[in-house]
Design a binder for this molecule. Structure first.
Ligand SMILES: *Cc1c(COP(=O)(O)O)cnc(C)c1O
Length: 376
């Protein structure tokens, strides 16, 4: 008997989401309308920031934050390499210089010690990432930022709903970015959002997403060079509807993470992700770390052969071809990043993964490791 395929990720779409999107179409307001305002207001209130600015992607959100903060040529921005390319690209779009910082092996987040050691004359900002939905060490990051007069940016594109010492992410640093790609905690198809308490930053971001128009000016008056980074109303309606169910989504994801955690606790050669006691993670993906010495790639291939999709999350950005070509990185040493990136495997993870599917994934992982370990 052939077993049903297991999906790597899957958006959680309910009847009410479909009704919300369809409801927009007859209104004739397909962009810049009430749904975007509703979605923005909901997120700002829930996160606890004064402003929220919806945009066309998480990448656009990060780009507009970098731009609104005035970062540009000659400015260095401290950023992890163990992240998605968008975190670094947002810096490069403005011709600022990313300076890569190593990570901690347990949380995969910025290592505060390496971070402090990389502050230099030209450092202007820290762009921290809440990797896989686990909050970065915000006390250490904000303390360092304060001492050196740096701006802090939170790439929270993987962490909507996470909390650091009882405070929801989105309130740390000058501004934070969320993303709503279909594999995130809630989706708009494509979409992102900036949250901030800084009225000027929010105003500039609103202008930049809308071709540089000012909020008050005439439609064809452009105050600055802007972009079309608008979120359309169908996406915003989906976002507002999904956002109402965020607590349910977080609970479903907690449940799947718990099922994995219980089963993996018995495996000697696999380290399950574990949140620090003072954070509430918001599970984005479920990434395990293989014991040193195991050869990951054959293990991943064997799992794929058994019908279990897996991913090598992340592939460090400082090793990407476009970065190696464009930036001189001779002296970049990121030993933890490089070690962890060779040993991490993202397992299938989404709201509706069943107990039976988790069992199948863990069994396949155990057998793939046994096979590969036997060959050592
Ligand atoms: C998803 C993600 C983004 C934004 O991605 P988009 O596809 O542009 O919405 C940015 N940073 C990180 C770390 C992400 O995971």
């Amino acid at each position: 008997m052939r077993e049903d395929p297991i999906s790597m990720s899957s958006p959680d779409i309910e009847e009410e989401d479909i009704r919300a999107v369809l409801g927009v179409l007859p209104t004739g307001r397909l962009s810049i309308g009430p749904k975007l305002e509703e979605f923005e207001r909901g997120v700002a209130e829930w996160v606890g920031t004064r402003h929220a600015v919806g945009v066309s992607s998480g990448t656009a959100a990060l780009h507009l934050i970098v731009k609104a903060l005035g970062l540009g040529p000659g400015d260095e921005v401290l950023v992890p390499s163990f992240t998605f390319a968008a975190s670094v690209n947002a810096i490069l779009y403005e011709r600022a210089t990313p300076v890569f910082v190593d990570i901690e092996p347990q949380t995969f987040n910025l290592d505060p010690e390496d971070l402090a050691s990389k502050v230099g004359e030209r450092t202007r900002a820290i762009l921290a990432v809440d990797v896989f939905g686990h909050p970065a060490d915000w006390d250490a990051i904000l303390d360092l930022a304060r001492r050196h007069g740096l701006a802090a940016i939170d790439d929270s594109c993987e962490a909507l709903g996470a909390e650091y010492r009882g405070t929801r992410l989105g309130r740390f640093g000058a501004a934070a970015a969320f993303a709503f790609y279909p594999n995130k905690q809630i989706t708009t198809g494509e979409g992102g959002m900036i949250v901030t308490d800084d009225a000027d930053l929010a105003r500039v971001a609103r202008s930049l997403r809308n071709q540089g128009r000012s909020e008050m000016g005439a439609w064809l008056e452009h105050e600055r060079l802007g972009y079309n980074y608008r979120m359309d109303e169908m996406s915003a309606a989906l976002g507002a509807s999904q956002f109402r169910r965020l607590p349910v989504h977080l609970e479903r994801r907690d449940r799947v993470a718990r099922m994995y955690g219980e089963r993996l606790a018995q495996e000697d050669l696999v380290l399950a992700p574990a949140a620090l006691p003072w954070v509430r993670p918001s599970w984005f993906v479920y990434v395990v770390t293989l014991a040193p010495g195991l050869d990951r790639d054959p293990i991943m291939r064997e799992m794929e052969r058994r019908g279990i999709p897996v991913r090598a999350y992340f592939s460090p950005i400082h090793l990407q071809p476009y970065i190696r070509r464009e930036i001189a990185l001779e002296c970049v040493a990121l030993p933890v990043t490089e070690d962890i990136a060779r040993r991490t495997v993202a397992l299938p993870f989404h709201n509706r993964l069943t107990e039976g599917e988790v069992d199948r994934v863990v069994r396949a992982l155990r057998e793939a490791i046994a096979r590969s370990d036997g060959k050592r």
